[in-house]
Design a protein around this ligand. Structure first.
Ligand SMILES: Nc1ncnc2c1ncn2[C@@H]1O[C@H](COP(=O)(O)OP(=O)(O)OP(=O)(O)O)[C@@H](O)[C@H]1O
Length: 451
């Protein structure tokens, strides 16, 4: 079997060295570039694993400014590529500068083809290992559902549930806090189902005023109300043959709950202002962040509708309860936004990793995504820090300890009581509802004087 071609880019402006280097790397597909523009064009085209880069390039062949600028741009464009800079003899200073900028290694002229080949092969091996590693990491986080990134057992369980119900027609209720991925799951469920060639029509029951929601869902006939100038189909009819996603079902007004229940039981609708029963064949997926059972107990959600919409319930846990998912999501969003904004940020500082793991993520995946996106755009260093992510540091977190909060409240109350009682200990103790000895102990604790 033929070994795969390994693209290698040689950036060198000396024609003599170009022809020497063109043939000396066995097993590599060598391309040549003699200046920055050509080099970047080749990197874009070939995506080489390794680049050898002469630092003395035109228009500054006697210096290093052009070579270093080319290096910086190659790393920006292809952060995974290993760049070996070729320097003049005895030019350690610039070689070290290049390493600081992100070069993988350096090699001093005069060129010895055998030694340079060894350096290039070693770089290529590392490049391949890292690529393989990334591929493996990616396959570990790939779940059976498109677009869903997760490694925690809780989320893999939810993915499996989607897999099992996708091809049935059962009504699915997806529960979870805001930003946990309910809509993402609804879309994945639709795509996996036999109705995927039909449409997925989504409607947010909380975002549309009650007066409009009925006609949005069921459509209306011409003349049904002022402004109904032509017959209009509703979301339910639009979803015929596909899936209807009712987001925030817990906010569906009670009058419409009865109408939806009727549709679920009989699978026919009547447009607003119409008399005709229209059969509709679709699958319903609902989602809510509300606790429907307590809404039933409070009389705001119909129990019969609840049983209809929850033939299968899938719970998406909040991010703080998913073991290991925050880090996996953070890395995946970093890759995504590096690509999107053409940045080359290489991971997170150790403090940032700890902060990501220990933060509560009240906005769940939506919050982690937007924090990483903002940080990728704004960051000035090569790694994202706690400050870039605007997450609480260890110091902030300990300042919020319950004991500190209690102490602060106690201190404030004691000061107020002493001020009101004008330093009279008996009165202050009465105001606080404690004994005088306890008040004395508090004064000692906070190093306060009665007056
Ligand atoms: N496991 C995940 N992997 C990748 N992206 C995710 C994941 N979960 C959620 N997201 C992304 O997070 C964002 C919020 O997700 P989504 O809108 O599905 O949440 P939701 O639970 O429906 O929120 P809400 O209740 O506020 O409508 C979307 O951009 C979505 O793509």
């Amino acid at each position: 079997m033929k070994a795969p071609v390994k693209p290698l880019l040689v950036v060198e402006d000396d024609p003599g060295l170009q022809s020497q280097l063109r043939w000396c790397f066995d097993g590599f597909d060598v391309s040549l570039a003699s200046d920055r523009r050509e080099a970047l064009a080749q990197v874009r085209r070939q995506r080489p694993g390794v680049v050898t880069l002469d630092l003395g390039l035109p228009p500054d062949p006697g210096g290093v400014s052009e070579g270093l600028a080319t290096l910086a741009e190659i790393i920006e464009l292809a952060p995974q590529t290993k760049v070996i800079v070729v320097t003049g003899n005895d030019d350690r200073l610039h070689a070290l500068k290049a390493i600081e900028l992100g070069a993988y290694d350096f090699y001093a002229k005069p060129i010895d083809a055998g030694t340079l080949t060894l350096v290039v092969e070693r770089a290529q091996r590392l490049y391949e290992l890292e690529s393989e590693n990334r591929r493996l990491q990616q396959s570990q986080v790939d779940t059976p559902l498109r677009g869903v990134i997760a490694t925690s057992p809780q989320m893999l369980h939810a993915c499996k549930a989607v897999d099992k119900v996708a091809d049935t027609d059962v009504t699915v209720l997806i529960l979870g806090e805001s930003g946990t991925g309910k809509e993402l799951f609804a879309r994945a469920l639709h795509e996996k189902s036999s109705r995927s060639s039909g449409r997925l029509v989504a409607i947010n029951c909380a975002a549309i005023p009650e007066t409009l929601l009925e006609s949005e869902l069921f459509g209306y006939e011409k003349g049904a109300f002022t402004g109904a100038v032509k017959q209009t189909l509703g979301k339910i009819e639009h979803a015929n043959g596909g899936t209807l996603f009712l987001d925030e079902i817990g906010d569906l007004p009670q009058g419409l709950q009865a109408k939806l229940l009727r549709f679920l039981q009989e699978r026919v609708i009547e447009r607003v202002g119409g008399r005709q029963e229209i059969p509709v064949d679709l699958r319903i997926v609902c989602a809510t962040h509300r606790d429907l059972r307590s809404q039933i107990a409070n009389g705001v959600f119909r129990e019969d509708l609840y049983y209809r919409i929850s033939e299968v319930t899938i719970r998406l846990p909040p991010l703080r309860e998913r073991e290991g998912d925050a880090l996996v999501l953070a890395r995946a969003f970093l890759d995504q936004y590096n690509d999107e904004f053409k940045r080359s940020i290489r991971g997170f500082t150790q403090d940032a990793l700890s902060a990501i793991e220990s933060y509560d993520w009240p906005g769940n995946v939506r919050e982690i995504e937007s924090r990483i996106k903002r940080a990728v755009i704004m960051a000035e260093e090569r790694q994202l820090s706690v400050e870039d992510l605007e997450l609480p540091t260890q110091a902030d977190r300990s300042a919020l300890s319950l004991q500190d909060v209690r102490d602060q409240a106690e201190l404030c109350a004691v000061r107020q009581a002493l001020a009101k009682a004008d330093g009279n200990m008996t009165q202050a103790a009465q105001l606080l509802g404690i004994t005088r000895p306890t008040l004395y102990r508090l004064l000692e604790k906070f190093d306060l004087k009665p007056n």
